[in-house]
Design a protein around this ligand. Structure first.
Ligand SMILES: [Zn+2]
Length: 219
């Protein structure tokens, strides 16, 4: 096993990839989203809470919300696997770490956004992907009704299955609107989830190495 101790200095560290994502707008969503159905539902909600859906300020709201949901749930009609199938063969077998991949997702329990950063570290096993592909995977997995725990596992499993990595570590930090604006109202709290597979699960020093790199205490 390759990576403990000073090998950490070989790891690739990258800042936010958000800019890269901005350069590549989401492909136009396929037409399967039933926009008129969402519009009818939003009108219903407005009426149900006691609003007048026909007043001027609300007239365009159902259509606007429908288009917004189409964008926020665009990941339901994409397969993040395809990004990991464009790997290249490389002998490199030290850790690759991409930090601070910004994302936004929708909590499936409340249909409210949770927003944060994903960190993905992996130890290749002959297959390496372009760094922007990892950001693509995060983007597509997050653009679905989600829970943070499942999203973390899904990203780790995708790398395990498609790249056959020796180890993968996914850490996600996010703040949840559903905790900030309703219920217990704890706007400052951050939820951290992690999925450790392969070497990162079995080897304590690999695990602490990746955590140190993510949180910036590298040796
Ligand atoms: Zn929630």
């Amino acid at each position: 096993m390759s990576n403990s101790g000073p090998a950490a200095s070989d790891a690739f560290e990258h800042g936010s990839l958000a800019g890269e994502l901005d350069d590549q707008p989401l492909a136009a969503a396929p037409p399967e989203v039933d926009l008129p159905r969402i519009e009818r539902a939003v009108r219903e909600i407005l009426a149900a809470v006691g609003e007048d859906p026909d007043r001027e300020g609300l007239r365009e709201t159902p259509a606007r919300v429908a288009r917004m949901y189409r964008e926020l749930f665009s990941g339901l009609r994409t397969d993040p696997r395809v990004h990991l199938q464009k790997f290249f063969t490389e002998k490199y077998d030290e850790m690759v770490l991409v930090k601070d991949i910004a994302f936004n997702s929708m909590c499936e329990h409340h249909m409210l956004p949770f927003i944060g950063k994903a960190h993905i570290g992996y130890i290749p096993n002959g297959r390496v992907v372009g760094l922007s592909k990892l950001a693509r995977v995060v983007e597509e997995v997050s653009h679905r009704p989600q829970v943070q725990e499942r999203m973390t596992e899904q990203i780790a499993n995708l790398l395990l299955e498609e790249l056959r990595v020796k180890g993968v570590a996914v850490v996600i930090e996010a703040s949840h609107s559903c905790m900030a604006i309703r219920g217990v109202r704890k706007p400052e709290s951050i939820c951290v989830t992690s999925a450790m597979k392969g070497t990162f699960r079995s080897n304590l020093s690999s695990r602490s190495e990746v955590m140190n790199l993510i949180y910036g205490h590298s040796k």
